[in-house]
Design a protein around this ligand. Structure first.
Ligand code: C2E
Ligand code: CA
Ligand code: CA
Length: 557
């Protein structure tokens, strides 16, 4: 059969056909394929065929497909595909491996959901109305409410820590989570109400209310539905969300105003600890303005050098020697005085300033460590806290290396404190990054250990050096038997894995006694010292640290 004959046959077929190379990249599509799914021939050329199906099928399907093609040379089954306008089609699909590549044939295509015809108004991933259609629906809902003299609740729903899911477990899982959330939201409200995908991890719900106090019940129902464990790609995920609510007409009668107020309320719900809802209040508006002021202030502070580092000693329990310091940033505010990190680190993370701030902290800690070395202070290791965006930045290893050589410091002089969640997902690149840091001698500790994703398996897989027992465990030692057990277990674990262990938040002689008895080597906490300015820290070290076995010296304390 000639090439021309085959090509003619292909074009005449009313089934959608795509010819791919051995890597399953699209080489050609026939007319039916183009017509139904809205693609032009050239648009798909070279793209992985399964990209069209990536977001609307169960991920295990792709494993099944590639296995079947590998072993049997063909696969048949139902496959969903995304059309160019974002609507989703279902089809009976056949995939056949040939000598030169793979052929895909789609029969009996039908579109999912009827309203998907409104191309450009629906979100391709979830099939929900997108923000353009939402705008119409909101105006409609307000018009109906105006006539009927009832109220409308506008809910903005944000998935908690969605970037953690996305970055940690991969976009593919992130997409599945959003699809599942969309379904659960749809299932929690009346058919006549609207749920739309606003953007990223935010959804908007419009609930028409005969009586405003209905809302709380619906909010509880929604949160409950979303909290149910999700089975995604063979893992069980616990997803929570924060919801902000504003009410027409009591908060305002303008659509955009309602959206803004709901959004402020949602941010408020996130700040209040997530997994909950907040109704808008006027006080939040004031706070939103304050937040913007804080962001601008932080930018100025970086430019004007208003940040300072305080140092908290890490003490070797047996000997009482100071063996290191944790550098903790403070903001020397021109009017407000010293501002603590919990007030501005979250804001810096939100507005993207954290990477720059983190780099400043590393540089300053290196500069100080080098100065102490030059002045003959005993060799100390200084640790700095990493935030997630900083740890993920592509140039982390280079920028740390550069700082070390700029101040002529050996890697052993520096320790990075990271949290458990930063190790999630993309295991291999993270491992390489940690190995590169370790090769340069830099220490890496897991901060707040025990409070995060308690998957202990990673501990042995990553080249980390230290566990820091979270202060919540230390502080409950005396009153809570199971907390004491956890602290003991962490100490045992670190011994087994030959890691250093540091207990934070040590505040009393009781804490010291317990930790000593259970084999913890190093501690940090107010019992010994608060974080103090560099000069004061230097004095502590020169004073000889602390007396052995946890007694405070008179000279240095
Ligand atoms: P963290 O890393 O857990 O730091 C320890 C915090 O516990 C410090 O609070 C310290 O003052 C406090 N602390 C130490 N000993 C005790 C004690 O015995 N009892 C009690 N109740 N608290 C104690 P701080 O300095 O306010 O820092 C809070 C958090 O801010 C830090 O928690 C860390 O997550 C973050 N942070 C601080 N500096 C930086 C920084 O340079 N970069 C980043 N990304 N985060 C930072
Ligand atoms: Ca820390
Ligand atoms: Ca900590």
């Amino acid at each position: 059969m000639s090439e021309a004959f085959l090509s003619g046959l292909l074009q005449l077929s009313s089934d959608a056909v795509s010819l791919c190379d051995a890597e399953m990249r699209v080489m050609r599509i026939n007319r039916a394929f183009g017509n139904i799914l809205g693609y032009e021939e050239g648009q798909l050329a070279g793209r992985p065929l399964l990209d069209l199906a990536r977001t609307c099928n169960d991920p295990s399907l792709f494993v099944a497909i590639s296995q079947a093609l590998e072993t049997a040379g063909r696969w048949e089954g139902e496959l969903a595909c995304t059309a160019r306008n974002g609507s989703i089609y279902h089809a009976d699909a056949s995939l056949l491996r040939t000598e030169s590549g793979v052929i895909l044939l789609l029969k009996d295509l039908f579109r999912q959901g009827e309203d998907a015809t409104l191309s450009g108004q629906h979100d391709p991933l979830t099939g929900l109305p997108n923000q353009y259609l939402l705008k119409d629906r909101l105006e409609q809902a307000l018009a109906v409410a105006r006539r009927g003299c009832h109220s409308v609740a506008v809910l903005i729903f944000g998935v908690d820590h969605f970037t953690r899911i996305n970055d940690g477990l991969g976009h593919h899982i992130g997409d599945q989570v959003l699809m599942e959330v969309a379904q659960r939201l749809r299932g929690s409200i009346r058919r006549s109400d609207t749920v739309a995908r606003f953007d990223g991890d935010r959804f908007v719900l419009l609930l028409s209310m005969r009586a405003a106090n209905d809302t709380t019940r619906v909010l509880e129902k929604i949160l409950k539905a979303v909290n149910m464990p999700m089975e995604i790609a063979g893992q069980t995920l616990a997803v929570t969300a924060s919801i902000g609510v504003s009410i027409y007409p009591q908060d305002t009668d303008i659509g955009t105003g309602l959206m803004q107020r709901s959004n402020s309320a949602m941010l408020y719900a996130k700040k209040a600890g997530r997994n909950g809802f907040q109704f808008f209040s006027e006080e939040m508006n004031a706070r939103a303005r304050q937040q913007i002021g804080l962001e601008n202030g932080l930018r100025r502070a970086l430019a004007d050098g208003q940040f300072v580092l305080f140092y908290q000693p890490k003490v070797e329990l047996q000997s009482g020697r100071i063996v290191g310091a944790e550098a903790l940033v403070r903001w020397q505010h021109p009017e407000r005085g010293l501002v603590g990190p919990s007030e501005f680190i979250p804001v810096a993370e939100e507005c993207g300033l954290i990477v720059e701030l983190g780099d400043w902290v590393t540089a300053e800690a290196c500069r100080q460590a080098a100065a102490w070395r030059r002045s003959g202070l005993p060799l100390l290791r200084v640790s700095v806290n990493m935030s997630a965006p900083q740890f993920r930045a592509g140039n982390l290893v280079e920028s740390i290396t550069e700082r070390l050589s700029q101040y002529d410091l050996p890697g052993e002089a520096l320790e990075l404190e990271i949290t458990e969640s930063m190790l999630l997902g993309h295991e291999e690149p993270i491992r390489q990054r940690l190995s590169a840091l370790r090769e340069r001698g830099v220490y890496v500790s897991i901060d707040d250990f025990g409070t995060g994703y308690s998957s202990l398996a990673y501990l042995s897989r990553f080249p980390i050096t230290t566990l820091k027992i979270d202060r919540s465990f230390v502080q409950d030692l005396a009153v809570n038997q199971s907390t004491a057990e956890i602290a003991r277990a962490i100490i045992g674990l670190s011994r087994g894995l030959e890691l250093e262990v540091v207990a934070e938040g040590v505040e009393s002689a009781e804490h010291v006694a317990f930790l000593l008895e259970n084999g913890c080597t190093t501690v940090q906490g107010f019992y010994y010292s608060q974080p103090v300015p560099a000069a004061a820290f230097e004095k502590l070290v020169r004073g000889g640290g602390y007396r052995a076995l946890g007694e405070r010296t008179t000279g240095a304390g």
